[in-house]
Design a protein around this ligand. Structure first.
Ligand SMILES: Nc1nc2c(c(=O)[nH]1)N[C@H]1C(S)=C(S)[C@@H](COP(=O)(O)OP(=O)(O)OC[C@H]3O[C@@H](n4cnc5c(=O)[nH]c(N)nc54)[C@H](O)[C@@H]3O)O[C@H]1N2
Ligand SMILES: Nc1nc2c(c(=O)[nH]1)N[C@H]1C(S)=C(S)[C@@H](COP(=O)(O)OP(=O)(O)OC[C@H]3O[C@@H](n4cnc5c(=O)[nH]c(N)nc54)[C@H](O)[C@@H]3O)O[C@H]1N2
Ligand SMILES: [Mo]
Length: 785
């Protein structure tokens, strides 16, 4: 089957690779083309027929309505079917088999397309030509069907056998001066089993260079929770969310990015819980939303409220907001002693007195200035908090992709500790993880800073000698490639050149490599921005049957709430030449480490054998093969949930962060990059953002009415956006459209990944090493042609 080469998507006017240096970014957008841009902000059309229509469109595009319908009944099913490859929100445990969402369906059918990008396609298009296509058009060609190798003479990808591909990787890796010259990236969809093999291979080979998407996502949460509570994860489960009196929902666009959380919020509202949304934007979930599985409601447009209070801090203002709430709670405690949980504070925490003094010493004026909220707002939130007998604080990227992300997550914990809201029913911290298995990746060893205890055990169980020196994360890995210190990049999933900051710098870094290897399901820009030698290795997707010598295999994943369960694909693979991720890792390992003591082939024959090793090497995986086959799998032990705090002091530790001043400076704005409703990270399904009222418009910046007026801008006026990096360098995108939106003054919002070109490689948080994707300092001016 040949790709529709007559379609010539490259013909349409577009420029998918914004050239920040020359400022050549056009206003045409990166998604599918068509129609005039339109904006009807302040308008939250609730998910109703809109959602149904949107799903229908994607399912129709996939041309597999039967499979898509079957998919809906098997996805997230407790004892058969595959785990939704979308977000990491847990499955409903009460037999709600149809707890699925518009975006999960879109995401799964995206993988099930009947289109194929085969050898004829690559024969017809050079890499240079493909580089001029939009990201949407690249992925829209369909599934990759066989391994490919870049041929510099013809500037084309040519078919290569699996054996030759593995041999090439082995030869290059064995020839490096040091294993630390190679980077092994993971995007958060890799199964636990593949993850375990991947990190085992990297460490047996000799490096901890395991950058992952977490380095751009929830690294701050992991570090903060470890410092405060001695665990890198949240402590709550769905039962807690069903019993909490108050929920604080911070820095997340739940209706688009964690749609099944809406089910939880609607239940909470109906039983009378308070739901406080803290977000510079009033997102759809802060109002009324359709509960994903309530099809009857969808048909009758019956929406459910999912919020009781809205607070709009300035971008980066959350730490000050949280401290203001804590200050108000502590003020109340002076005349209402029960406002804080004295017994808990004395028995389980460290540093309370110093924290109380810090709050008392911080003037309200400073808190108002830094948060962008009034003291009245902060007192109102404190009232909700003190009146609730149990409280959960949930958060996502609005909190973590900030310079002070770690301090802010620790401040969330400080606030929870004041009322003993950790380690009891209905209470605790709840980071909302992104990719479906990003939490499992860390649990199973993807960590560039592994603990010695983890490595000691890995060495003993697997008979290797893992290196002890810390490895490189995403930002430092890119810098190493740029400077020639790293020369091999292996991407296990993901679309690294688009997801990473500073497109121009990152692209130069990858082009500087000796070898780039991308293990992928679909064509994407990371295949076109490659090293001197380059391979594309196509793999099975989560929806597909994985049959090995030992029969049909299942893999496991861990959700946001530490539940580990099996996932089994049921679709015929997109091509007989695809290999599973464990098989690809084993192939690379065998070619690189001919004398390896690891039974790579045995592991691939039967994934139970990988799990048998994992249960000996990893904490909490005892009896893995049996327990994972239970109806909902099993929950990993969470010591902090039992009030066991594995910190230096053995107690939950208060932090004493200085109050940051997040104001951008005179005439400047703080820009946060976010996702639209119709995208999955670097995959754009359409140029619409339904809940935010934007249509056919991705090259957009949302501004406060006063900021628009100050710049003499009217809606949809073209503007140029220039970021000012810490080192003074400037990056510009041109011809974007400004749209008036309900955001605080001084705050601006636009879309990732287009705007990643504005995020300088050096602008990362010193606390988490995360790029400041929600905290760019920018200047927005009327466009000059
Ligand atoms: N459909 C869909 N689902 C997804 C994804 C997807 O791309 N598409 N991506 C997945 C991944 S990997 C992740 S990590 C998650 C991401 O899920 P989200 O965290 O919802 O991702 P963003 O779209 O980046 O939105 C961040 C939110 O933070 C708010 N925000 C920005 N700055 C601040 C701030 O300073 N303070 C506060 N309080 N809020 C702020 C923005 O207004 C926005 O609502 O979603 C996952 N689920
Ligand atoms: N400016 C800005 N940048 C950001 C963010 C932001 O908010 N703002 N968010 C960051 C965050 S939170 C994250 S998590 C990263 C995401 O970064 P990545 O995880 O690197 O990017 P994705 O877009 O999720 O990856 C999509 C690609 O994965 C491949 N793929 C899909 N399914 C499979 C599979 O089953 N196996 C394999 N091997 N490959 C598969 C497909 O080829 C597809 O093109 O982006 C980060 N970048
Ligand atoms: Mo993420």
């Amino acid at each position: 089957m040949s790709a529709p080469t007559d379609k010539r998507p490259g013909d349409r006017a577009r420029d998918p690779a914004p050239d920040a240096a020359s400022g050549a970014t056009p206003a045409t957008g990166f998604g599918p083309a068509g129609g005039e841009p339109a904006a009807r902000p302040y308008h939250h059309p609730t998910a109703g027929w809109g959602a149904a229509r949107s799903v229908a469109k994607v399912v129709a595009r996939a041309k597999e309505p039967v499979d898509a319908t079957r998919l809906m009944v098997t996805m997230n099913h407790p004892d058969r079917g595959f785990d939704c490859p979308g977000c990491a929100w847990p499955d409903d445990q009460h037999g709600l088999h149809l707890d699925l969402c518009e975006n999960g369906i879109k995401h799964s059918t995206w993988e099930m397309t009947p289109k194929r990008v085969d050898r004829d396609f690559f024969a017809a298009h050079t890499v240079t030509e493909l580089s001029s296509w939009a990201d949407f058009d690249l992925e829209d060609q369909g599934r990759l069907v066989g391994p490919l190798s870049y041929d510099p003479d013809t500037d084309r990808y040519l078919p290569i056998s699996w054996a030759d591909a593995f041999a090439l990787i082995g030869e290059v890796l064995r020839g490096l001066g040091s294993p630390d010259e190679a980077l092994f990236y993971t995007s958060g969809r890799l199964s636990n089993e593949a993850t375990f093999l991947y990190q085992l291979f990297a460490r047996e080979y000799g490096t901890n260079n395991l950058p992952d998407c977490s380095n751009m996502c929830h690294e701050a949460s992991g570090r903060a929770l470890t410092a405060s509570l001695g665990t890198g994860k949240g402590t709550v489960d769905l039962n807690d969310l069903d019993t909490a009196d108050a929920l604080f929902v911070m820095g997340v666009n739940a209706a688009s990015n964690v749609p099944r959380m809406i089910t939880t919020l609607a239940h909470a509202y109906r039983r009378g819980a308070q739901i406080v949304h803290v977000n510079p934007l009033v997102e759809a979930a802060a109002g009324r939303t359709i509960v994903p599985h309530e099809f009857a409601a969808m048909a009758t447009f019956r929406s459910t409220p999912t919020g009781t209070m809205n607070l709009q801090p300035r971008i980066g203002g959350d730490l000050a907001f949280l401290r203001g709430v804590a200050k108000a709670v502590l003020e109340s405690a002076e005349h209402e002693p029960e406002a804080v949980d004295r017994e808990f504070l004395e028995r389980f925490t460290e540093g309370f007195d110093a924290y109380r003094d810090l709050c008392a010493a911080t003037p309200w004026e400073d808190l108002e200035q830094a948060s962008g909220l009034t003291r009245r707002d902060m007192r109102r939130a404190a009232r909700v908090y003190t009146e609730a007998s149990s409280t959960i604080v949930a958060w996502c990227l609005g909190i973590t992709q900030q310079e002070h992300g770690v301090d802010t997550v620790r401040e969330i914990v400080n606030l929870l500790l004041l009322r003993g809201n950790v380690g009891r029913e209905g209470a605790g911290p709840c980071p909302i993880r992104g990719h479906s298995n990003v939490q499992g990746n860390r649990t199973c060893g993807i960590d560039h800073r592994p603990k010695d205890a983890f490595l000691d055990r890995l060495d003993e169980v697997c008979g290797i000698t893992a290196p002890r020196a810390p490895g490189l994360d995403t930002v430092h890995g890119i810098q190493a490639m740029h400077e020639g210190r790293a020369t091999v990049f292996v991407g296990m999933g993901g679309n690294f050149v688009r997801a990473a900051p500073d497109h121009e710098y990152t692209e130069a870094a990858l082009r500087n490599c000796e070898l780039t290897v991308q293990v992928s399901t679909k064509l994407n820009r990371s295949h076109l921005v490659h090293g001197r030698r380059a391979l594309i290795l196509p793999c099975l997707g989560r929806t597909e049957k994985d049959v090995q010598a030992g029969g049909a295999q299942s893999v496991s994943v861990e959700d946001s709430m530490s539940m580990v369960h099996l996932s089994r694909g049921m679709k015929r693979p997109a091509s007989p030449h695809l290999r599973s991720e464990p098989a690809i890792i084993a192939g690379i390992a065998r070619a690189t480490l001919p004398d390896s003591a690891t039974p790579w082939e045995g592991y691939v024959e039967d994934y139970d054998r990988i799990r048998d090793t994992m249960q000996r090497a990893l904490d909490g995986f005892e009896d893995f093969n049996r327990r994972v086959r239970g109806p909902h799998g099993f929950r990993l032990r969470q010591p902090a949930r039992e009030r066991v705090f594995r910190t230096a002091s053995g107690r939950a530790e208060f932090s004493l962060a200085p109050l940051p001043d997040p104001s951008p400076g005179e005439g400047l704005l703080t820009l946060a990059t976010v996702r639209s409703h119709d995208q999955w990270n670097t995959t754009i399904y359409s140029s619409d953002d339904r809940y935010r009222g934007l249509h056919n418009l991705r090259t957009v910046v949302l501004l406060n009415a006063t900021d628009m007026r100050d710049r003499g801008l009217a809606d949809l006026d073209p503007v140029d956006i220039t970021s000012i990096a810490r080192d003074g360098t400037r990056r510009t995108v041109r011809g974007y459209r400004a749209v008036t939106y309900d955001v605080p003054r001084g705050s601006a919002v636009g879309y990732m990944p287009e705007l990643n070109s504005l995020c300088a490689i050096g602008d990362f948080s010193p606390q988490s090493d995360q790029p400041l994707m929600k905290h760019l300092t920018v200047e927005v001016v009327a466009h000059t042609p």
